[in-house]
Design a protein around this ligand. Structure first.
Ligand SMILES: Cc1cc2nc3c(=O)[nH]c(=O)nc-3n(C[C@H](O)[C@H](O)[C@H](O)COP(=O)(O)OP(=O)(O)OC[C@H]3O[C@@H](n4cnc5c(N)ncnc54)[C@H](O)[C@@H]3O)c2cc1C
Length: 443
């Protein structure tokens, strides 16, 4: 359970910022604002912060933000795994590429793999200890009305409906954002064609981390219309994501457990048996993640602004959603501070500046995510064949590897050019031809 702090619904208080949603974006924003002494009201329907059945990657961008908040060391004392490289294989377990964070000039040469609720809980606790923050778990934003010098926000909780007054309303209320709907912000919200199922489990006692199935490495297996990701969130805790092409969940279930376990054993010999020993609940019990793409032309209207997935939800291939939501929170706190304390700049101006900077970056990430989905998720034999050559080519080209890693770290955005791709393809093709000539390997 997470607890509320101070009498949250006393109507005489006026807050600097009312935050709807305690996702990583809203939490980050509230932490920064409270550190600077601004009064924050944070409301979220969640009554407790619990495991999701999968982990998430906190990239160097997110690690830097946690460090700025003084929370990184505390997070590192929770169960986690640090990854300095990510390994890509084809669906027969044959290596295609290794992306290493080493020597790329990043703030951190690793990404953290962790159960996301551990980060949220840590931030919530920081806010519980702040005299500037009022927390209301078990409540939700319903509606709002802008006034001349502020905003009235209607909150629903066990105690009924109440209006809270503030200067600004920030919606970090997720991909189905109510605030976004109420503001009628222009742009598009749609679902990606493919979804993912996940399961997290403890590695059975008898399975060694030195074995193929027990290895804690971060691994992606890409096949024609099939993807299996296997990561660790602790030395003996694993989770996987498996793509459902065209969201055919019923077909996936009808193919049954035996088929699924055999498929993943094709990637990693013995993996199916390990899952069974770990208590695999069966394919029908797996949680399905339907992914949305939120692509807005504006995030701001009057005194209200959306951030995080509410503003720019994207595909998890770029492993950026949490990190970018945190960056929204960090940057918005800077602009709000300027608006609240400066006489030279207005709130409207600062919100517009924030929006312009962040839309530019998140649009780039949307393009990258779309391209990754097109290439990674494809079942087209020609694309799959070309993709495998490009992956192998990139592996042999340090400058391209650097661009990819710096982009995925969230600290930079360096997309591959057409020339890069052509070079990678030719290098990969050459490597394949050598394999055919020397080893007679046609795969
Ligand atoms: C399968 C999968 C894997 C992923 N892997 C990664 C990864 O490795 N790295 C990464 O960076 N990202 C990853 N993501 C993305 C990441 O989970 C999200 O981008 C991130 O959680 C978004 O954060 P947010 O701040 O927008 O808030 P959200 O996490 O979307 O939370 C929104 C909050 O708003 C609350 N809320 C809802 N309605 C209301 C209301 N009316 N009033 C008040 N509060 C409300 C909800 O209870 C919730 O707490 C992954 C996503 C998926 C689906």
């Amino acid at each position: 359970m997470i607890s509320s702090v101070t009498n949250p619904l006393s109507s005489d208080s006026e807050y600097d910022v009312i935050v709807a949603g305690a996702g990583p974006g809203g939490l980050t924003l509230s932490c920064f604002l409270s550190m600077r002494g601004f009064r924050v009201f944070l409301v979220d329907p969640r009554e407790s912060l619990a495991p999701l059945g999968r982990g998430e990657l906190i990239q160097p961008l997110g690690l830097r933000i946690l460090e700025e908040l003084g929370l990184l060391d505390a997070l590192l004392s929770e169960e986690h795994v640090c990854y300095d490289k990510f390994c890509f294989f084809d669906f027969n377990g044959k290596p295609m590429m290794v992306s290493s964070y080493r020597g790329k000039g990043l703030s951190y040469e690793w990404a953290l793999s962790i159960e996301p609720y551990l980060q949220d809980r840590l931030m919530w606790r920081m806010l519980e200890n702040s005299p500037f923050v009022t927390l209301l778990p078990g409540g939700r934003y319903v509606a709002h009305e802008s006034r001349e010098n502020g905003i009235d926000v209607m909150i629903e909780s066990r105690e009924g409906l109440k209006t809270i007054r503030g200067k600004v309303l920030v919606g970090d209320d997720g991909r189905d954002s109510r605030l976004r709907k109420n503001l009628s912000l222009p742009g598009s919200v749609k679902e990606y064609a493919d979804s993912y199922v996940s399961w997290s489990f403890d590695l059975p006692d008898g399975v060694s981390p030195d074995s193929a199935a027990g290895d804690p490495a971060a691994r992606y297996y890409l096949g024609p219309g099939e993807i299996f990701f296997l990561f660790s969130t602790a030395p003996r805790k694993r989770f996987f994501l498996y793509m459902l092409k065209d969201r055919k969940f019923d077909e996936f279930i009808s193919r049954g457990d035996v088929d699924f376990l055999a498929r993943i054993s094709q990637c990693i010999p013995g993996m199916g048996d390990v899952l069974v020993e770990a208590g695999f609940p069966g394919v029908s019990a797996l949680k399905e993640w339907v992914i949305q793409k939120v692509d807005l032309k504006h995030w701001v209207k009057d005194r209200a602004v959306v951030i995080g997935d509410a503003a720019h939800a994207t595909n998890p291939h770029v492993a950026q959603g949490r990190n970018q939501a945190m960056e929204d929170g960090r940057l918005l706190s800077v602009h709000l501070e300027a608006a609240f304390s400066g006489s030279t700049t207005s709130l409207a101006e600062e919100l517009r500046r924030f929006e312009t900077i962040r839309i530019e970056r998140t649009e780039c990430l949307h393009h990258l995510a779309d391209e990754m989905c097109l290439v990674w998720n494809s079942d087209n034999p020609l694309i799959v064949w070309g993709r495998e050559r490009v992956f192998r080519g990139i592996s042999k080209t340090p400058s391209m590897n650097r661009k990819i890693v710096r982009t995925i770290s969230g600290e930079d955005f360096l997309p591959l050019s057409l020339l890069d791709r052509a070079r990678a393809f030719l290098k990969g093709l050459f490597a394949s031809i050598c394999l055919v000539i020397i080893l007679g390997d046609w795969t």
